[in-house]
Each structure stands twice: as structure tokens, then as C-alpha cells.
Design a protein around this ligand. Structure first.
Ligand SMILES: [Zn+2]
Length: 238
């Protein structure tokens, strides 16, 4: 269910208190809210006194019921993050039964670019671990004129129907404003399908779904597969 609350926040310009609507959780069956989340508009509000446009970033749980995906965003810079997490998240028994009975995935995100990417992945029904395997990797050179440009992290953006069908990655507009229109990188959909089927064949179901909220990024993938050979290793063989 979409959970709407009220909170008093202070305008950055005039310092006056405003009572705003905040969304503790958002359900996928509310497409308008989902669009506002992806654009970042959900955290924006106008001061009722001076009309200043403010942005108040707060945690949100995104629940995609049809693709069985739950994504909790709580910024890594938020003070008291660990305590807030224990209050916010469902109990481990609840999560375990949702994972085993319904095949739910539980993901935790600490940055806005990560969160918005996971919401997009959830919406398309893709496997986010396989997306990590496909994500273009630009190792940063130690020096040289291109070092800054190559340090950009690409985020999943969309599926291009093609032909050929492909997974499209771009820089996140939340991290590199404007660059998302200039840069993109595509991976053939077949490459994604191969990665997804290997992950499904090798990894234990609990490690794919997560019996608690887990952070799935590239380093999570390399816990299970060797970075150089792409062979399955599993954390216990390390
Ligand atoms: Zn104001």
C-alpha cells in the first residue's frame, strides 16, 4: 500500500516551517507516483511563504507487486541510518516467507541513483544481478585527460526493443545532470539472457532473492563469480 504521511520541514531560503506530504512507501499500482519517483519530483516541494523550490530527500520503500520486488531507499549519509533501518523494515520471518512463498526480492539502496535504477529494473521485471554482469565497466586510468570522464558509472535506463534488442545504460541524471542525454552504452539482450540463466543455475535462490534487504551491486556479483574468468565460486569457496 502507498503510505502517505505529513512532516514539518524547513525552507532552505526563508527558514519557515512547512507541512508537506511524504511517501513512506509507494506501490507500483500508482503509476503517477512512480513517474515522480523516477524523475526525482517526489522529493520536491514549494515553500508556501516564499515559493522557493525545495528538495527534501527522505527514505522510501518501493513495492512492485507484479514483479515481486521490494526496494528500500535510505541514504547512506542519513544520520542514525542503522537504527532507522531496524524500525523501518519488516521482520526477517515476514521477509523469509515472502521470499520462499512468492519469490520476492529485497533490495537496499544507499544512494538516489541506485534507488531509481532498482525501481526501473523492478518495473521491467529484469534480474538485477544479471544487470550487474552486463553493466559497462570503465576502469579508471591512473592519469591522463580522460580519467574523469571514464569514472562515470552507467545505470540501467531502458530496454531498447531494437532490432537488435538491447539493454541501455546511461549516466544517472541524479549524479551527472545532463550527461544522460550525451552518453549511453548498450549490451545485446542475448548477453543479458545468458548472464541471467547462469545466475539462476549457479546461485542459491536465497542469495538471488535475499532473505533480508541486501545491497546488490557489482561487488555482490563478484562474491559469487570470479571477476576475471566469470566462473562460479560462491562465497564459501573463497
Ligand atoms: Zn521559504
Amino acid at each position: 500500500m502507498t503510505d502517505i504521511r505529513n512532516a514539518d520541514v524547513t525552507c532552505v531560503k526563508c527558514g519557515m516551517s512547512n507541512n508537506i506530504k511524504i511517501f513512506a512507501s509507494i506501490n507500483s499500482n500508482n503509476p503517477e507516483l512512480r513517474v515522480n519517483l523516477i524523475s526525482g519530483q517526489i522529493w520536491a516541494w514549494n515553500c508556501k511563504i516564499c515559493k522557493e523550490n525545495n528538495n527534501t530527500i527522505y527514505p522510501i520503500l518501493y513495492h512492485d507487486m507484479s514483479n515481486r520486488f521490494m526496494v528500500q531507499y535510505i541514504d547512506e549519509k542519513m544520520p542514525g541510518r542503522d537504527l532507522a533501518l531496524t524500525r523501518m523494515l519488516p521482520s526477517s520471518e515476514q521477509l523469509k516467507s515472502m521470499a520462499t512463498m512468492k519469490g520476492y526480492r529485497f533490495r537496499l539502496c544507499g544512494t538516489l541513483p541506485d534507488f531509481v535504477e532498482k525501481v526501473l529494473i523492478a518495473t521491467t521485471g529484469l534480474d538485477d544481478i544479471a544487470i550487474e554482469a552486463c553493466r559497462p565497466d570503465f576502469p579508471r586510468p591512473k592519469d591522463g585527460p580522460d580519467s574523469k570522464r571514464l569514472d562515470i558509472e552507467f545505470k540501467f535506463t531502458e530496454i531498447a526493443e531494437g532490432p537488435p534488442k538491447a539493454i541501455v545504460f546511461r549516466p544517472s541524471p541524479f549524479a551527472y545532470q545532463g550527461l544522460e542525454r550525451a552518453l549511453s552504452s548498450s549490451v545485446p539482450f542475448d548477453v543479458y539472457l545468458m548472464a541471467a540463466s547462469r545466475i539462476k543455475a549457479c546461485m542459491p535462490a536465497a542469495a538471488i532473492l535475499g532473505e533480508e534487504f541486501i545491497t546488490v551491486d557489482k561487488s555482490y556479483l563478484w562474491k559469487w563469480f570470479d571477476k576475471d574468468t566469470a566462473q562460479y565460486i560462491g562465497p564459501e569457496q573463497r
